[in-house]
Every structure is written in structure tokens, then in C-alpha cells.
Write a protein that binds this ligand. Structure first.
Ligand code: ADP
Length: 380
């Protein structure tokens, strides 16, 4: 086909950018296309700093021109990131911000038992040590573990009066504010809660609670992709999601589904990155000995494949498990190797949040762009 501007633009109309809904040309992402002989220069303007979206858009442009227009084309892409000026075309915002909460991070995993809650608890205490005000919303209806991990199993949130309204006061432990579905029901009962009941309880823990000022709220999501995820993503402005996986193939396959759910057009939540938990076994007294029980760098490779940031690896250490059961997150141990490991991962998470917030408001609720995507996620 002729290598001219019009033919190229027509071809580029077949590409959609994640989260944009419209095709690449319609959405205004193609600022210009110039051709000189077999050379093509495409100016691309994106509204997200997410590297994986930029890389995917560039790859798609090259592939499409080579396949649909000319296999001899020499393609150069100039990419630029611009913050979005919604103007009068402001998208419909679902959900409402919680006053005083600056960043909401959803912690997810595909498979259960990969250490999502352990990672959430340790990220929270390190954020606290860094001087941030932190809260955890334990939304894992299948196994709410925060009350045990923070040794507050026997406590119950009390009701306080805030500006004439009764509000639930989160329980506090190691300077982390916590609300968990586990405070209201025995763990064995939580599992039989139907979706709407769980969503209602979660809504109360979010909007009828007095969280105060928080720099970070971490949400410990149930494993997998389901109704609870959709309901939380619709009712809250999520800053970004962190996906936890072990390097094992079965866990990775499910982690991939988790990442796809967040990046789907229907959910459209930025993925801050993947954390590899149980990356290797290390005896605490011999930290240089590493045994790759579940395979090596599986989650790191997955992050590379999906073009999302890799946030670091956490080894299997006996004291991480013991500390969880005992009710004192292991990273609280000052000077320990575990503290150092979690510090590095937490720094990476904060860095990704900062990058994301440079381009979007601190928290912005997701907009539902297609119902088709919703039912795909719901049908899981
Ligand atoms: P999830 O929230 O994904 O279901 P949990 O955080 O409850 O998983 O972890 C499952 C089990 O694995 C718990 O007993 C926990 O203490 C243990 N565990 C998690 N991460 C580690 C780790 N890095 N080292 C040792 N044990 C771990």
C-alpha cells in the first residue's frame, strides 16, 4: 500500500490505547505523521506516564504500519507525555474521594496464599517508619488476616462522634490504622457472605469510618478477580494497584489475570507494579545462601512481559511467617535484613506513586468505560 499520511492514519485507527476507549487517532494521541520516501515519523502524545502503555503503543504503531501499510517502512516515533486537560470533556467519575486520604493502593494477588496480606502488613509498617500516616482496609473476605497480623484479634472498632455523626474509629496497632471485615465476623463466616453483603460492609468501613488524615491507605483485596474488586474499584478512587505473586507458574498465571483486570478498559487502574514474594528461601543466619524453591525470577519476568514495573523480591524467611502469626510484622525489627528488604520494596512503591501522581490527581476514581469489560471481570 502507499506509504502516505492518510493510509497510515487509516491503519492506526485499528489501535486502541489501554484506558482511552477510543482509537488512537480519534483520541488525539497521534499528533502528527510525516513521510519522506520510506521513512515515517509519528508524533505520539500520551496522557499517562505508565511506561508499559507507552511501550505498547509504540510497538503497536510499528507493527501496524509494517503489517498494514508497508513492510519496508522505516519508522521513528517521537513520544511525549502530557498531563490531561479534561476541560469540558471531563469523564464521569465513579465513586467519591475520602476526605483526608491522599493515596489509595490496592494490594492484589491472583492466587491465595502467596503472601499478599503479609506483604501489605509489612509495607504498612515500613511506610509508617518512613513517617507516613498509614491505614489498612482489610477487604479479604475469604481470610481477613490483619487482626492476627497486628495482634488486635480481640479488639473491636469503637463508635465516635464526629461533627454530630457516629463514625467507626479504626483500631490502631504499631501506628497503623486498621479496619477489617474480621472485626465484625468470625473468619469462618466471612466466606459465606454474599457479594452485596460484603460490599455493604466494606462501604461502611470506607465511608462511615473516621480515618483522619492518611498519606496511604492500603487495601488488602481478596485473591483473584471478582465482584468485590469491581465494587471497590467503582466506589473508591484507587491511586494504583500492586500485584503480589510467587515465582511459581500457577501463581504467575493468576497474577497475569489480576494485572489484566486492572488494566482492562472497564477497570482502568494504573498498575504500580509486581512484587515477587517467596522469591527464594534463605536461612536467616546465612542470607547469602539462596534456594530458588519456586523457580527463579518468575514474577520479574512476568513484569517484563507485561511491561509493568518490577517492585522487588522478598525471600521466604521463617521469621516473616512467625512474626505474622505472632502479630508483629517482621519488618518492624529495626536493623534486620527483613527490614532492609521491605524498605527497598516500599521505596519502589512510593516512587511509582509519585510518578503516577505527577500526571493525574492524587486519587481519581475509575470510570467505567465499557460494560463488556465489566462482565468479563465479573464472570471470572
Ligand atoms: P495471602 O494473603 O496471599 O493469602 P498470607 O500473607 O496470608 O497470604 O501468607 C500465607 C502464609 O505464608 C502465611 O502463613 C504467611 O506467614 C506466610 N508467608 C508469606 N510470605 C512469607 C515469606 N516471605 N516468608 C515466609 N513466610 C511467608
Amino acid at each position: 500500500m502507499k506509504l502516505d499520511r492518510a493510509t497510515i492514519l487509516k491503519a492506526l485507527e485499528t489501535i486502541t490505547i489501554a484506558g482511552e476507549g477510543k482509537n488512537m487517532v480519534e483520541s488525539g494521541a497521534i499528533a502528527n505523521v510525516i513521510t519522506f520516501g520510506d521513512e515515517v515519523v509519528v508524533d505520539l502524545v500520551l496522557h499517562t506516564p505508565a511506561m508499559h502503555i507507552k511501550k505498547r503503543a509504540e510497538d503497536d504503531i510499528k507493527k501496524t504500519i509494517l503489517e498494514l501499510v508497508s513492510s519496508d517502512a522505516k519508522i521513528k516515533i517521537n513520544s511525549k507525555v502530557e498531563s490531561r486537560d479534561f476541560g469540558t470533556d471531563k469523564p464521569e467519575i465513579k465513586g467519591k474521594a475520602i476526605p483526608g486520604i491522599k493515596n489509595i493502593i490496592a494490594v492484589a494477588s491472583g492466587k491465595g496464599g502467596v503472601g499478599k496480606s503479609t506483604v501489605t502488613a509489612n509495607l504498612a509498617v515500613i511506610l509508617g517508619k518512613m513517617g507516613f500516616a498509614v491505614g489498612i482496609l482489610d477487604a479479604d473476605i475469604y481470610g481477613p488476616s490483619m487482626p492476627i497480623m497486628f495482634d488486635v484479634e480481640t479488639e473491636k472498632p469503637i463508635s465516635i462522634n464526629v461533627d454530630g455523626k457516629s463514625k467507626m474509629k479504626p483500631v490502631e496497632s504499631y501506628e497503623v490504622k486498621i479496619l477489617s471485615i474480621g472485626f465484625f465476623t468470625a473468619p469462618s463466616q466471612a466466606v459465606i457472605w454474599r457479594g452485596p453483603m460484603a460490599s455493604k460492609a466494606l462501604n461502611q468501613m470506607i465511608f462511615d469510618a473516621h480515618w483522619g488524615e492518611l498519606d496511604f491507605m492500603l487495601i488488602d483485596l481478596p485473591p483473584g478477580t471478582g465482584d468485590i474488586h469491581l465494587s471497590i474499584m467503582q466506589s473508591l478512587p484507587i491511586t494504583g494497584a500492586v500485584v503480589v505473586s510467587t515465582p511459581q507458574a500457577v501463581a504467575l498465571a493468576d497474577a497475569k489475570k489480576g494485572v489484566s483486570m486492572f488494566l482492562s478498559d472497564a477497570i482502568n487502574v494504573p498498575v504500580l507494579g509486581i512484587i515477587e514474594n517467596m522469591a527464594y528461601f534463605t536461612p536467616e543466619e546465612l542470607p547469602s545462601n539462596k534456594y530458588y524453591i519456586f523457580g527463579k525470577e518468575g514474577a520479574k519476568n512476568l513484569a517484563d512481559d507485561l511491561q509493568v514495573p518490577f517492585l522487588g523480591e522478598i525471600p521466604i524467611v521463617q521469621s516473616i511467617r512467625e512474626a505474622g502469626d505472632y502479630g508483629r510484622p517482621a519488618a518492624l525489627q529495626t536493623g534486620s535484613i527483613i527490614e532492609t528488604i521491605f524498605e527497598e520494596v516500599t521505596r519502589n512503591v512510593v516512587q511509582e506513586v509519585v510518578k503516577r501522581n505527577q500526571f493525574l490527581p492524587a486519587t481519581e476514581a475509575i470510570k467505567i468505560t465499557t460494560m463488556a469489560g465489566c462482565s468479563a471481570v465479573k464472570g471470572k
